[in-house]
Design a protein around this ligand. Structure first.
Ligand code: PRP
Ligand code: URA
Length: 204
């Protein structure tokens, strides 16, 4: 259930995102571009229903989206991936899950959760970094407990350890990523990775 984005623009954007000299303004633009490409990839199987319109020339029956969509960023870095959904989907709701990794233990602590009704909707949990997988598994647990049935996880960089953790805890959840990196270092940062995404996104 791992989908790795295949697009030359994604390769281009992620290479610049990794570059330590990339400044926050450019980092935000590149995150938005990757978020957009991933949003298209992660929603290509959304259900549609037929819809009749009149073109200026004749009647036509086409397709429109059958249902709304819910995007749930994991705060704070996940916020950098939300705008593409707001731009693309007329009927989108946004929920929030706040999780922060402890710098010593790398274990995530929950500090905020605000979710719309989730039952029967496609729910996309977005967070740029899937490292140990602890944050993603906690967020997916929360979303399941809150009633989500159709869940996907969308990240920009994944580690093999993070993918394995999510696949073990939530085997039915597809993971969409722009890159699958090599490994984690001793401090549980992704290698080659791009450092601390939230700090680089917000210049902290
Ligand atoms: C980062 C990232 C993920 C998490 C990934 O967030 O955005 O949420 O780490 O690591 P994991 O897979 O080992 O749990 P962080 O906790 O640094 O918080 P931030 O977004 O507020 O910077
Ligand atoms: N969080 C990040 O922002 N980067 C990593 O490499 C791991 C967790």
């Amino acid at each position: 259930m791992l989908h790795i984005l295949q697009h030359p623009l994604a390769d281009h954007a992620i290479t610049h995102l990794r570059d330590r000299t990339t400044k926050p303004a450019t980092f935000r633009t590149l995150s938005h571009q990757l978020g957009l490409l991933l949003a298209l990839d992660a929603t290509r199987d959304l259900p549609t229903r037929s819809h009749a319109v009149n073109t200026p020339l004749e009647p036509h029956t086409g397709k429109i989206l059958a249902e709304g969509l819910i995007v749930v960023p994991i705060l704070r870095a996940g916020l950098g991936m939300v705008q593409p959904y707001l731009d693309l989907f007329p009927e989108v709701s946004v929920g929030y899950v706040g999780l922060e990794r402890d710098h010593q233990t790398a274990v995530a602590r929950s500090y905020y959760c605000k979710l719309p009704p989730l039952a029967g909707k496609r729910v996309l949990c977005v967070d740029p970094m899937l490292a140990t997988g602890g944050s993603a598994v906690q967020a997916l647990d929360l979303l399941r407990e809150a009633g989500a049935t159709e869940l996907s996880l969308v990240v920009i960089v994944a580690s093999p350890e993070g993918v394995a953790a999510v696949e073990k805890a939530h085997p039915s959840v597809p993971i969409f990523t722009a890159a699958l990196d090599r490994e984690l270092n001793a401090k549980k940062y992704i290698l080659p990775g791009l450092g601390d995404f939230g700090d680089r996104l917000y210049g902290t």
